[in-house]
Write a protein that binds this ligand. Structure first.
Ligand code: SF4
Length: 362
């Protein structure tokens, strides 16, 4: 449900204009996810809408809860049977974030990422993206904690900048004062480095946070971990960040997953320091280190002591660094773990080589 769909309902069912506000109040203020429960509508209209229309594009398929009850993962089934995952996180009391998907699967094939192994099933529509937020906002979980969502991060399945049109439209809807009304600074978009879109994102959404999934600051290793590094290598990525910082003057976050014996040694930390220092406004760069979450890809997470050494090296060399808290591991809901057997079949998925060719041709 979004503002466009509400306008569609009003037009299709020839409803008076004042119904628009009643829909806004019901879905976005009161967290109602069923037409039947909107008491301001006449009963006959409720029944009619309930029979013919759906409030959420994704039907809940399965819900997982971490033991500590600070992470929840929902599998949503879309109209064509594609499954997507969205995660709700409670990193500290009173603070709730949700991580949303922009694609079913992903065509970029990062070798450490469970979603990447699926290939791209399809792009999500803008409504399918924001409905993940609405799903949590109307869920009993948030209601039972008497809480609202504070932050939204585009870090679920898929590469947001490979689905630019729908993602940009979904960002506008999340900030729409009549519907989600979420402040730009409470929204973050994470990209693997789709360089042509970074500059456009800076122009269009200068107040929304940008995170860059780097994971290695050396071309050979990054290319092994992230095939997207071939068309968009590290020096071009640095130029794109310079351009982004010039336009926005806002902090940029570099995400770096620490993988045992791959990218967690001091030589790799040196590469990362060199990369950050080569960014002109590097005082605006913040590195988030994340302990790798195991998938079927054969990689292991770095040991805690190695992660601390890596962090200390960065900090000693003047790079602002945090080791990020890892929630949702026990429900496979942490970074890089979102993958599932898709009922519409991975055989129809577009895999990395073909996808990169298509992407760089566009
Ligand atoms: S890490 Fe992100 S960009 Fe890479 S394969 Fe996974 S979902 Fe796609």
């Amino acid at each position: 449900m979004n503002s466009e769909k509400i306008n569609f309902l009003v037009e299709t069912y020839k409803l008076p204009k004042f119904r628009i506000q009643q829909f806004y109040d019901a879905f976005f203020d009161q967290g109602i996810a069923s037409f039947n429960l909107i008491k301001t509508l006449p009963k006959s209209l409720r029944t009619q809408l309930n029979t013919n229309e759906q409030v959420l594009t994704g039907a809940p398929y399965r819900l997982f809860s971490s033991k500590s009850k600070n992470a929840f993962k929902a599998l949503l089934r879309l109209h064509d049977g594609a499954l997507i995952e969205t995660v709700l996180l409670n990193p500290k009391p009173g603070l709730w974030s949700c991580c949303i998907s922009s694609q079913a699967g992903c065509g970029l094939g990062c070798t450490f990422c469970a979603t990447g192994s699926m290939g791209l099933i399809r792009n999500l529509s803008a409504e399918e993206i924001t409905d993940q937020v609405l799903y949590w906002q109307t869920s009993d979980i948030l209601k039972s904690f008497r809480s609202k969502l504070n932050n939204i991060v585009y870090m679920g399945m898929g590469e947001p900048f490979c689905n630019k049109k729908a993602v940009f439209s979904s960002l506008n809807e999340l900030m729409n004062p009549s519907t989600f009304n979420i402040g730009a600074r409470h929204i973050s978009v994470s990209t693997a480095g789709i360089i042509p879109v970074i500059s456009e994102f800076a122009d269009t959404f200068p107040q929304i946070n940008l995170a860059l999934s780097l994971h290695a600051a050396d071309d050979t290793l990054r290319q092994k971990l992230m095939p997207i590094n071939k068309p968009y290598p590290i020096n071009k990525l640095r130029d794109a960040i310079d351009c982004y910082l010039n336009k926005t003057n806002r902090k940029v976050f570099i995400e770096y997953i620490l993988i045992d014996n791959e990218n967690d040694g001091i030589p790799m930390a040196e590469h990362l320091v060199t990369f950050v220092k080569s960014i002109k406004k590097n005082h605006l760069v913040h590195v988030n280190l994340i302990l790798y979450n195991r998938t079927d890809g054969g990689y292991l997470e770095s040991q805690k002591q190695i992660a601390d050494q890596f962090k200390n090296y960065l900090v000693k060399n003047g790079v602002k660094t945090t080791i990020r808290k890892n929630l949702g591991r026990d429900i496979n809901g942490a970074c890089g773990q979102l993958a599932l057997k898709n009922p519409i079949g991975n055989s129809s998925a577009c895999h990395t080589d073909a996808y990169l060719k298509k992407l760089t041709r566009e």
